[in-house]
Design a protein around this ligand. Structure first.
Ligand SMILES: Nc1ncnc2c1ncn2[C@@H]1O[C@H](COP(=O)(O)OP(=O)(O)OP(=O)(O)O)[C@@H](O)[C@H]1O
Length: 890
């Protein structure tokens, strides 16, 4: 996973290791302390040296020389700073590549062995019988035999006997084998040939390499105890530690001085062994087993400043057990596609016998809760139940999905962890810190009994595989400090020491635990797990339910150190070595793969999270589906409603269409009416009657010419308009209006007047009709508007109902046109009326003139006759004139 975490936590630099100041701080003395050489020997016999008849395979190739190489201390080793794991760019992949890049491990990292002139060891040899030691330990079928009181004795000559003997020390062979440690006899694991499923259930059993010539089976066991020697920053390599034996090949560490002894471990790491090698040998297999379903615990033990935190956390350039384990966890997940995993992590510390949640955050996730506040709040307690074992509650657990995320979470916890400056470590951990990674896993495809369908189908059908839960605990213990200067440090130190002492006691008494596995020793006394929070928390691991790897760190006393400080340092180092030896001998692990809990078989309260999530997902899915069904139903209803709406709208549209068509037809009809009234009948006929009218009338006629062009013909000047002076019906006039009564056209004038009057009446009637229809059209338009039709779909750019508005607008335009037309017709009627009155007055004048002319001519004719026939004719003419006047006054 190519993630990078480059943030360097603002952690104060760790103090450089001061080799000139021996770490006189003490781990609590083991119950069986050794005070003198004799007692050392006894101790070896009694407890320190492997008490089980273990078999160190004598058949393994031995180095040609038994002499121990000199421990070459780190020359001018620069002080190193322990950095939080958050500062690691990305933990390098564990595996072959890393191992290949490791610097060669010294085949035997030890101090100069004190030898005599003949080259014989001057070490106070605990060897009692080379024969016994060379044969090694015989493994008993029962792991309990490991705790027999038979002491294991090892000759110095046997050191390194299990190694190839590469003098150059460049070939680092398999780490020393582990010993049997299972009560059921299924404990020792081979690095590559574990068959977890074989044998008794899921207990680890060894499948390969049972050849007895190898004696004890090679491979790693359920309990691995390793010792790591921290490089001495100031050691010039001059051999100041000549009394110490550090044999990485044989896994032995010894002290040849007073109260010394040699102890054997699964791994011994010297100054050249880096964190990567330490992880590979101590924890890699364990981590993989945890991923397969076993519980696993790794813890670092040692006095202050010896490198516990350095080993667990590491540095940017040399990541420790925790980041490397995280990398491996995710590698495993990647390599196991047929299973699905859920990881949750918690991080607690035990400080002054109180548990603090290092991941606790304020409500709402805003910031870390200071530990002081936590102390005031609800106390975190340890509880125990059959399923979960011992656990702390309430404790925040975070679900993590990537190595980076997991590293960040742990880095956050590191920041909150208590550290203080001690005499030997400027940033000494003052608390025991426990990272717990809970791994839940299950098969992606449930077994064939599950129905064989797809995973989704099976889940839908409620068929699910079981969930396996395992826990990896990574613990960095606090280092003790005896000579604390201030009170706070002393209080801390007292708590630390007490808990470590309890741990030592429990481990020491594990050897006497009865086989029933009830946590009591042979005398029926309970082991004092409850005497400290640390041992209580470690109880499941120490009592055999888990794979265990213990890394004990020591620092050899600086060469130049002497006196009391040196003695204290040596004493503390020996205590660590004894603790490690006891742990190795006494802890019995019969770790089993945890059961796969089936959803149906587990009550809701204790149901594993993965299963709970799975159930929740199923429930949510069901909810989603029912919601979808409901939504589909709603959608169908809505669609039906919309369809009905659309139908209604289209019906309404149709109605509008029909109404519009009807309106159009009406308008066309009106137009036709207007046109016909303009183009034929009244106007044309009657206007034609105006032909020959006097010129001054033309101006009146022109107004009508917009619609009747033939009116443009001017009246001929001097033409007379005839009037039916002599009576006669208008019809006659109409029939004969072109010639007039007198054949001179004057008679047509009256006919014209009549015709125009008829035209006016006609037009008035027509206007009334138009007005009536317009009124009707307006009313129907208003009624449609009030119905409030809305078009089914909104036309973009036109507001809702825009189609109707457009239609309305068109109708309005038409109505306006009609109004204008009516106004025009009225104007024309006015013209015509004026024309009629003008004609009338012209006719009157003409009639008057005509009457005058006729009177005059008859007068003239009467005077002549009177003159001719003696006559008195003047009176008759006057009467005649009176008649004309009467006639003329029509
Ligand atoms: N194997 C090592 N190689 C190089 N430097 C080391 C090694 N082990 C420890 N150191 C250095 O020694 C110093 C003390 O180490 P560390 O803090 O890990 O000790 P510790 O055992 O955790 O102490 P404490 O119990 O006080 O917390 C650190 O500066 C660390 O870098």
């Amino acid at each position: 996973m190519a993630t990078t975490t480059t943030t360097t936590l603002p952690r104060p630099p760790r103090a450089s290791f001061n080799a000139s100041q021996p770490p006189t701080s003490a781990l609590p003395a083991l119950p069986n302390s050794i005070s003198n050489r004799a007692s050392t020997q006894n101790l070896r016999k009694a407890s320190l040296l492997p008490q089980t008849p273990r078999k160190i395979s004598g058949s393994l190739p031995r180095p040609s020389t038994p002499s121990l190489p000199v421990l070459t201390g780190a020359k001018n080793l620069a002080p190193r700073r322990a950095v939080s794991i958050a500062s690691f760019p990305q933990p390098p992949r564990t595996g072959g590549s890393r191992i290949a890049s490791l610097p060669p491990t010294s085949s035997l990292s030890s101090c100069n062995l004190a030898t005599n002139d003949e080259g014989k060891s001057l070490l106070p040899s605990p060897v009692e019988s080379p024969k016994r030691s060379s044969v090694g330990l015989e493994r008993s079928p029962s792991s309990r035999s490991i705790k027999t009181s038979k002491p294991k004795t090892i000759s110095v000559g046997s050191l390194g006997s299990r190694f190839s003997g590469d003098a150059g020390g460049t070939a680092y062979l398999s780490p020393p084998h582990s010993r049997s440690s299972s009560a059921q006899g299924s404990y020792s694991t081979n690095a590559t040939t574990i068959d977890a499923g074989a044998g008794s259930g899921d207990e680890l059993t060894v499948r390969g390499r049972t050849d007895e010539k190898f004696g004890e089976r090679e491979g790693k066991g359920n309990v691995i105890v390793s010792v790591r020697v921290r490089p001495d920053a100031n050691d010039s390599g001059g051999g100041g530690n000549s009394e110490w034996i550090i044999d990485g090949r044989s896994g032995k560490v010894g002290y040849g001085g007073k109260d010394g002894g040699i102890y054997e471990y699964d791994n011994v790491f010297g100054q050249n062994d880096n964190n990567s090698r330490v992880y590979d040998s101590c924890a890699k297999r364990l981590v993989r087993r945890v991923m397969e379903g076993y519980h696993g615990t790794v813890f670092a033990y040692g006095m202050t400043g010896t490198g516990k935190t350095f080993s667990m956390q590491g540095t940017t350039s040399s990541p420790g057990v925790i980041p490397l384990a995280i990398t491996d966890i995710f590698s495993f997940i990647r390599e196991t596609p047929h299973r699905e995993f859920l990881l949750r992590v918690s991080y607690l510390e035990i400080y002054n016998e109180r548990i603090h949640d290092l991941l606790a955050t304020q409500p709402g996730g805003t910031g870390f809760i200071p530990l002081d506040q936590q102390m005031k709040g609800e106390e975190i307690k340890l509880r125990e139940d059959a399923k979960r074992g011992v656990y702390a509650t309430p404790l925040k657990e975070e679900i993590v999905q990537s190595p980076t995320q997991l590293l960040r979470v742990i880095a956050r916890g590191d920041l909150a962890r208590r550290t203080s400056s001690t005499q030997f470590n400027a940033r000494s951990s003052r608390s025991h810190a426990v990272v717990q990674i809970v791994v839940e896993s299950r098969d992606r495809i449930p077994g064939t009994t599950a129905g064989g369908g797809s995973m989704v189908d099976n889940r839908r059908a409620g068929i699910t595989g079981g969930v396996r839960v395992s826990t990896l605990s990574l613990i960095d213990l606090a280092g003790s400090e005896r000579a604390a200067e201030n009170k706070e440090r002393r209080t801390e130190g007292a708590h630390i020491n007490r808990s470590l002492l309890t741990l030592g006691t429990v481990i020491a008494r594990l050897s006497s635990v009865d086989k029933e596995g009830n946590g009591k020793d042979k005398d029926g006394n309970h082991l004092p797990y409850r005497d400290s929070k640390l041992t209580r928390l470690l109880q499941p691991a120490l009592s055999g339910g888990s794979l265990v790897s213990i890394l004990c760190t020591i620092a050899l006393p600086p060469c130049q150190q002497s006196g009391a400080a040196n003695a204290t340092h040596i004493g503390e180092t020996m205590n660590t070595l004894k603790f490690a030896a006891r742990a190795r001998n006494n802890i019995v692990s019969h770790a089993k793969k945890s059961d796969e809990s089936l959803a149906g078989g587990v009550d809701a309260g204790s149901r594993v999270l993965l299963e709970r999530y799975r159930m929740e997902i199923t429930e949510l899915r069901a909810q989603l589906e029912s919601q979808k069904r409901k939504e589909d139903g709603d959608m169908r209803d809505r669609e039906e409603r919309e369809e009905r709406e659309v139908e209604r709208h289209s019906e309404q549209l149709l109605e509008i269409q029909l109404a519009r068509t009807a309106l159009k037809e009406r308008i066309e009809h009106l137009n036709r009416l207007i046109l016909s009234s303009k183009s034929s009948g009244v106007n044309s006929t009657r206007n034609s009657l105006l032909t020959g009218n006097s010129g001054h009338m033309s101006s009146l006629s022109i107004r009508s010419s917009t619609t009747t062009t033939h009116l443009a013909r001017p009246f001929s000047t001097g033409s007379s308009v005839s009037t039916a002076i002599n009576g006669g019906s208008s019809s006659e006039c109409a029939d004969d209006d072109s010639t007039g009564e007198f054949g001179d056209g004057n008679a047509t004038l009256a006919a014209q007047v009549r015709a125009l009057q008829a035209d006016v009446v006609d037009k008035n009637r027509y206007i009334a009709t138009l007005e009536k229809r317009l009124l009707q059209a307006r009313r129907s338009s208003q009624s449609r508007t009030s119905i409030g039709f809305s078009p089914p779909h909104k036309v973009p750019g036109i507001p809702f109902g825009g189609g109707e508005l457009v239609e309305e607008a068109r109708l309005d335009v038409l109505l306006r046109e009609k109004d204008e037309e009516i106004a025009e017709l009225r104007a024309r009627l006015d013209d015509k009326e004026r024309m009629v009155s003008a004609l009338r007055s012209a006719a009157r004048k003409r009639d008057v003139a005509e009457v005058g002319r006729r009177s005059k001519s008859s007068f003239d004719e009467g005077g002549g006759r009177r003159r001719k026939a003696s006559g008195s004719s003047g009176s008759s003419g006057g009467s005649g004139g009176a008649v004309e006047v009467q006639d003329g006054a029509f």
